[in-house]
Ligand binder design. Structure first.
Ligand code: FAD
Length: 480
């Protein structure tokens, strides 16, 4: 059934709203009923809700008109990009709240690429992979390194989650890559903050309120992004390390010897490799014998000079924490290693749900986190499978738990998730870490965070929310 055919089944208020939404975006760009359903379930099929409709605006003016209309009708808005959120942030609630999903995918114009300013002005619905391509065509680099998900996620979603990825060590999080924003506020007004300035100390830096807010304070419609020189030489190493502690020491050593040429430093455990080899085609052991822990690291530079010699020398100078290593400047060879890292989530998804943790601790405490959390979990649940990997260069570990026994896994998660979380997060708290390093809070961690932030911090967050969104219409039930 199309949007208008649905009208008779709706209450008068909803009927009027749908009809006026159709006037704003045009009928083909408004979905209701079963056509809306795919936009109401999340990537992991873990959260589903219901929405009055899904609207696909074409430009900022349409977003503004929709938000003002919803505000007048007291209908909540769930902003949505690629809908790849891992914490249930981008789908409507299942509690009957009247909600509209506002999907930004049609707003996918690259407004400007300025190779002199090293900036790119883009609309929120641009896919991240398209931004890589646009920067590359201008012989520049946009370094937000979420390559596994880049064809699906959108820059509005990346900014709203302050996404990280593999390049954070060198280039920073999404927050660090933004110069200006355009935002539609919860009452429908448009804030044009699309500045290209590298320096601007004129009071509060408002853009940072909206970055990482998971759509709870307003709708990002466009952004000015920073570009970087495009590297001409790259060297990659796959390294078998003795344990996570050796990888932390190796990172410190490489930073001292290679400086900011390091553009990635990722750790992968044996359980991840086993999952990938089992479930992803054309993947292979990087070494003749299996190792418990491997690290993939990359150096890159704008100078054309080869980096493999420097990388090999640096690795050889590191003591016995390295069991063996291979260095390459061949792109295809390196891609085979990166394929192992990029496919861990997909390989795990094939084996069913897992209890996901996306934690960070100070880099020096990563090994302690892995050892302590694993010991505590295995004591409580001897049959548990721990899948640990991630951005060791940022102290950010993806630490997922499930049962080896697939038949019992779903029941185990339903019954024990809160206790598994408590065990892991207690270790995180003891090490002064964060329970969400890059995925955000969404619905998944909205309650959990109240145990790990101070009352004052939570009060300040609520004050900001009230000041900007007094009617609580922007993505309610997420974050706070
Ligand atoms: P959505 O999922 O649609 O939305 C995410 C949040 O942003 C929601 O709260 C939504 O309401 C809000 N939002 C979306 N667009 C807007 C907008 N225009 N204005 C205001 N609010 C908006 N994250 C990392 O940081 N690093 C990783 O390495 C990484 N790897 C991943 C790998 C896989 C396989 C998957 C599934 C996810 C991964 N993620 C990773 C999670 C990642 O943060 C998100 O997938 C991505 O940044 C969200 O983009 P999206 O367009 O899909 O946003």
């Amino acid at each position: 059934m199309g949007a208008l055919e649905q009208l008779s089944a709706l209450r008068p208020m909803s009927r009027e709203l749908i009809s006026r939404l159709a006037d704003i975006v045009g009928l083909p760009h408004l979905l209701t009923d079963t056509a809306a359903a795919p936009y109401c379930s999340d990537w992991r099929s873990r959260y589903s809700g219901t929405a009055l409709a899904v609207a696909f605006p074409a430009d900022t003016q349409q977003v503004s008109a929709i938000v003002a209309l919803c505000s007048a009708h007291r209908v909540a808005i769930v902003p949505q990009g690629g809908n790849t959120s891992l914490c249930g942030a981008s789908v409507p609630l299942a509690d009957g709240t009247p909600q509209l999903v506002l999907n930004l995918s049609r707003m996918n114009r690259i407004r400007d690429v300025d190779a002199t300013d090293y900036t790119m002005t883009v609309e929120a619905g641009c896919k991240l992979a398209e931004l890589y391509e646009a920067a590359d065509q201008a012989e520049r680099l946009f370094p937000l390194g979420l390559t596994a998900i880049a064809p699906h996620c959108e820059i509005g979603g990346n900014l709203s989650t302050n996404a990280g990825g593999i390049g954070v060590l060198r280039y920073g999080n999404a927050r660090d890559l933004v110069l200006g924003l355009e935002v539609v506020l919860p009452d429908g007004r448009i804030w044009n903050g699309l500045r290209r300035l590298r320096k601007d100390n004129t009071g509060y830096d408002l853009k940072h309120l909206f970055i990482g807010a998971e759509g709870t304070l307003g709708i990002i419609t466009a952004a000015v992004l920073k570009l970087f020189p495009r590297p001409k030489s790259v060297a990659t190493a796959c390294i078998a390390v003795r344990d996570p502690a050796a990888s932390v020491a190796l990172l410190a050593h490489l930073r001292a010897t290679c400086g900011d040429k390091i553009s990635g430093f990722e750790i992968i455990s044996r359980s991840c490799l086993d999952l990938v080899f089992k479930n992803i085609q054309d993947t292979h052991e990087p070494f003749a014998r299996p190792h418990e822990w491997i690290v993939i690291t990359q150096l890159s530079d704008v100078l054309a000079a080869p980096l493999d010699v420097a990388l090999r020398d640096a690795l050889q100078a590191f003591g016995d924490g390295i069991l063996e290593f291979v260095v390459t400047t061949d792109k295809h060879h390196a891609e085979r290693w990166w394929k192992l890292r990029k496919n861990i989530s997909d390989a795990q998804k094939i084996e069913g749900l897992s209890i996901k943790h996306d934690i960070s601790v100070p880099i020096s405490r990563v090994a302690e986190f892995i050892a302590q959390a694993s010991a505590d979990l295995r004591t409580a649940y001897p049959g548990i499978r721990i899948v640990a990997f991630g951005h060791i260069g940022d102290g950010n570990i993806h630490y997922n738990a499930s049962l080896f026994d697939a038949a019992q896994n779903t029941a185990f998660i339903a019954q024990h998730e809160p206790e598994v979380n408590r065990i892991v997060y207690e270790v995180v708290a003891k090490l002064d870490g964060s329970i969400s390093a890059e995925h955000g809070l969404g619905q998944l961690k909205r309650e959990e965070i109240t145990h790990y932030k101070s009352c004052l911090e939570l009060e300040l967050m609520r004050n900001v929310k009230r000041a900007l969104d007094p009617l609580n219409l922007m993505n309610p039930g997420k974050v706070i």
